[in-house]
Design a protein around this ligand. Structure first.
Ligand code: M6R
Length: 619
């Protein structure tokens, strides 16, 4: 994880670095640092804590002109090697103090390199793999009398692992060398200026012309010179491909909202519409997804579909399993990416692997994708971030177009992922004639009504606020669902855990009696998704009775016309009705709001929960 930023040009670099790091904090926020280069030297500041802490510590230096300079790099960290503290924060410098480096990723063979360097008289201040790499570069450079760029190239060929790095040298302050393998790195091309960052958001108000660096590439950025792009393995010169970004500034600002998470929850009526735009043509009931259409035969003939993802995207995958199996009758398995890659999965050439990732950078999901491709399996991607590593590596795919998601807790990406999975399932079912036409039309129609129904929940969520006020101090919650709403129970529990640090468990309601019922007493809130049109409605009623009999507190998500659950529950949250298959798009919303309200009452840092990062680029 970690976020990196750099600038080389004619503007004052300090505000670019500090403001850029604030935008990258979703990638890690346990420490941060910057280094500014000027003629014959550089300054370096780093500290444990957030970018704000760094800013507070050094901002006064502005007045003393000690932060002046037009070249620099910055880093916000999510610790892998070494605890979050001032020493382990980036940038790191080589023993001679000549070379300065920032790094996102993990150097897996850092230990053996470190031993080698220790034997050669090097010393280390930090516990990081980055300090090892910067010293390897120094060793190779001075031992062989090489240019920095050549030393970087040779050193990187000696390392195993993942990285995106930016390096500068004291004696050459107008050159930044960058390289990428595994971790993302984007170059922004302005007029006589270069930006670099882990994603383009920190520099989109300066330029929208970008180069997405590919794995195994390095670039040499020099003031007033053309960018020099090379292959790390053999130094071959490459032709850079410049793309135009389509993100707007307001998409990445909080606006009137207190938190990005709240903004993103509220955006869902719009983001679902954006996901559907051009894909669900409701007037003539046509679903159009280019990536599916151009691979029609593969989907029709698929023997099985394996969905691979992590976290919230994995929960969306579980809902996808339900939808795909129901409509297409193709067997589906859903795998945690981190498990999939280590158990030699059985894959046949007629299988299809679907990878789901909001960021498109999750290391485990990327590895799973690569494994499947290596085995000759067709890989289809569902991503949000355009141009991300996963999006660029799949055989075919679809963007969910939910717009930048900045809150660490995923919300709008989840509902857009479900929306796309619904469209995919319906489209394949149509190709295979495994869906009744009347039913197909009904689902299409219902799908087009979902944004309006979500708006209704958002505009009427006082009951959720009241419930949060009553329960926010409790330290354990259970979430129950059945069928297609079981993954929503998992997702509701994950939301609560990650932003309020409350222990929460999601379960299929009927599993309670196989063990978890022992947890029930008058102190434990049980949140039950109990929809009247669910084919398990009667069974859920029984499950609720069983919990009530043991004095558990029931908070039920019910439809407006429900009477029976309402009579049993301690609190209810009423939601609009829809067909069961689409209900996760509705039930997810109150659970997101509940988690938000509780975390807010507990005074937690909602957009940047402790120990987490938005984009998990380490395995
Ligand atoms: O970017 P991805 O969808 O691949 O990320 C996967 C998970 O890391 C992510 O969903 C995580 O679980 C979220 N913080 C959940 O809110």
């Amino acid at each position: 994880m970690c976020g990196i930023i750099g600038y080389l040009g004619y503007r004052e670099v300090y505000p670019i670095l500090i403001n850029g790091l604030k935008k990258l904090e979703y990638r890690g926020y346990d420490s941060s640092g910057i280094s500014i280069f000027y003629k014959n030297g550089y300054s370096l500041f780093k500290t444990k804590g957030k970018v704000n802490d760094l800013e507070k510590k050094i901002d006064f230096l502005k007045k003393k002109n000690k932060l002046n300079g037009t070249v620099g790099i910055g880093h916000t960290r999510w610790a892998t090697h070494g605890e979050p503290n001032d020493v382990n924060a980036h940038p790191h410098v080589s023993n001679s103090n000549n070379i300065v480096m920032i790094h996102n990723g993990i150097i897996e063979n850092y230990h053996s390199i470190k031993i080698f360097l220790l034997k050669n008289g090097f010393t280390f201040n930090s516990k990081t793999d980055t300090e090892v790499l910067v010293n390897l570069i120094e060793y190779i450079k001075y031992e062989n009398n090489l240019s920095l760029e050549e030393a970087v190239r040779i050193s990187l060929n000696e390392t195993i692992g993942a990285y995106s790095i930016a390096i500068l040298e004291k004696s050459n302050p107008e050159t930044i060398i960058i390289a990428k393998l595994g971790s993302p790195l984007i170059i922004g091309i302005g007029k006589e200026e270069f930006f670099i960052a882990s994603d383009p958001i920190p520099f989109i108000n300066y330029t929208k012309n970008v180069i997405y660096m590919k794995d195994g590439e390095m670039a040499i950025l020099k003031k007033n010179k053309e960018l020099d792009l090379r292959k790390i393995i053999n130094n071959h010169k490459l032709h850079p491909i410049i793309k135009k970004l389509k993100i707007n500034l307001e998409e990445i600002e909080k606006g009137e909202y207190k938190h990005f998470m709240l903004k993103e929850i509220y955006e869902q009526p719009k983001t679902i519409l954006d996901t559907l735009r051009g894909r669900l043509l409701i007037s003539n009931e046509i679903i159009y997804i280019n990536g599916i259409k151009s691979n029609k035969e593969k989907f029709i003939n698929a023997t099985s579909i394996i969905i691979v993802a992590c976290g919230t995207s994995w929960h969306a995958g579980l809902i996808g399993e339900y939808l795909l199996e129901k409509y297409t009758r193709i067997p589906v398995e859903v795998e945690y990416a981190s498990e999939f890659i280590y158990r030699n999965p059985i894959l046949s050439k007629k299988d299809i692997v679907i990878v789901i990732s909001q960021s498109g950078e999750t290391a485990d999901t990327l590895s799973a994708l690569k494994l499947a491709k290596k085995r000759g399996v067709f890989v289809f991607g569902i991503c949000n971030v355009v141009g991300s590593s996963i999006a660029r590596n799949v055989n075919a795919g679809v963007y969910i177009h939910a717009g930048p998601e900045i809150g660490v807790a995923s919300t709008k990406a989840f509902t857009s992922q479900i929306t796309i999975l619904t469209l995919i399932a319906l489209k394949i079912a149509k190709y295979k004639s495994t869906i009744d036409n009347f039913f197909y039309k009904k689902i299409c129609k219902e799908l087009s009504l979902i944004p309006e129904k979500i708006s209704h929940i958002i505009n009427n969520h006082n009951s959720i606020k009241n419930i949060s006020n009553k329960l926010y101090y409790i330290n354990n919650f259970i979430y129950l669902g059945r069928g297609i709403n079981f993954p929503v129970a998992l997702e509701g529990a994950l939301k609560l855990k990650e932003i309020s640090y409350i222990h929460a468990e999601g379960l299929p309601a009927a599993e309670m009696k196989h063990g978890p019922m022992a947890l029930i007493d008058e102190n434990i809130p049980v949140i039950v998704i109990a929809l009247i049109k669910s084919n398990c409605y009667k069974k859920i009623l029984n499950n609720i009775q069983e919990i009530k009999a043991r004095k558990g507190k029931i908070i039920a998500l019910i439809n407006e016309e429900d009477v029976q659950v309402q009579m049993l529950a301690d609190y209810v949250i009423k939601i609009p009705n829809t067909v069961e298959e689409l209900s996760p798009l509705i039930t997810a919303i109150p659970l997101q709001l509940l988690a938000y309200q509780i975390a807010s009452l507990r005074g937690k840092n909602i957009d940047q929960p402790r120990n987490l990062a938005k984009s998990v680029t380490v395995e």
